[in-house]
Design a protein around this ligand. Structure first.
Ligand SMILES: Nc1ncnc2c1ncn2[C@@H]1O[C@H](COP(=O)(O)OP(=O)(O)O)[C@@H](O)[C@H]1O
Ligand SMILES: [Mg+2]
Length: 240
């Protein structure tokens, strides 16, 4: 498996935009907009690259990985991941909303390895951005119940056919453009395999749902393939 494939797309995108800026500079046509475009591309792709590098470095040691768990609020992890990925979302005119709900009056703790769980959340949000239609909203939400904490990430975009919902959690599986009815860039399909393994190491479970998006959630003036609403949900035992 050629893992450099995983790193190619963000690097190529940065190079292309820098080269464009150099061409503009040579012609004396550099504008403020051109600079801020490159600035936001670099910030967005940098984040994508960091997550993909973390994936690659973890995938080879996944069978031996040891967790260093501590009681934490998921809110802290989600807030941090979302704020780091804002530039990536903004590039596609995507808004990320966060909600933290509890039936118990205060937010619950979960026992997690913060660094590893951050990679779980980063992957889910990065996928949500990557497979969304521009101009849509992503919702990252936690819900506490007496026994567990549920984290869900919902986005509007590519569909996941029913018969592929187990398969996407396997290593190196990606949906084809036709299956997903969605055009995107190269990747290797290791993200969700890592996510599932890490969630299970935390005694949690992950599931996915993907159905036709309700009218009000669709991007304005959408043409193209039917938008789907996809939710990845993780359930973790509450720390007591
Ligand atoms: N939020 C999502 N919406 C639609 N399809 C998704 C979403 N997240 C993941 N997928 C599908 O699952 C596949 C596997 O995802 P992942 O393991 O993260 O690999 P990668 O993102 O590198 O393709 C993706 O290629 C895509 O087809
Ligand atoms: Mg991914």
């Amino acid at each position: 498996m050629d893992l450099t494939h995983e790193l190619k797309a963000p690097v190529q995108s940065i190079i292309a935009h820098v080269q464009r800026l150099i061409r503009l500079f040579r012609k004396g046509q550099v504008t403020k907009q051109a600079i801020s475009k490159v600035d936001s591309i670099v910030r967005a792709e940098r984040q994508e690259l960091l997550t993909r590098m973390a994936n690659v470095s973890l995938v080879s040691v996944l069978d031996r990985v040891e967790l260093h768990q501590e009681p934490k609020h998921l809110k802290q992890i989600v807030d941090e991941s979302v704020s780091r990925q804002q530039a990536l979302a903004a590039e596609k005119d995507i808004t990320i909303r966060t909600t933290y709900g509890t039936e118990l009056g205060v937010l619950s703790l979960v026992s997690i390895d913060p660094k590893r769980f951050m990679l779980v959340v980063d992957n889910l949000i990065q996928n949500a951005i990557k497979y969304s239609y521009p101009g849509t909203v992503i919702e990252a939400k936690t819900t506490d119940t007496s026994k567990s904490v549920i984290l869900s990430v919902t986005n509007i975009g590519a569909r996941i056919p029913r018969d592929k919902r187990e398969e996407i959690f396997k290593k190196f599986i990606r949906l084809s453009e036709e299956e997903a009815q969605f055009k995107w860039r190269p990747g290797t399909g290791i993200g969700l395999a890592l996510v599932k393994r890490l969630v299970e190491l935390h005694d949690g479970e992950i599931s996915v749902e993907s159905t036709n998006a309700p009218r009000q959630a669709r991007p304005l003036n959408h043409t193209g393939p039917e938008p789907h609403r996809t939710t990845f949900a993780i359930i973790l035992p509450r720390y007591t």
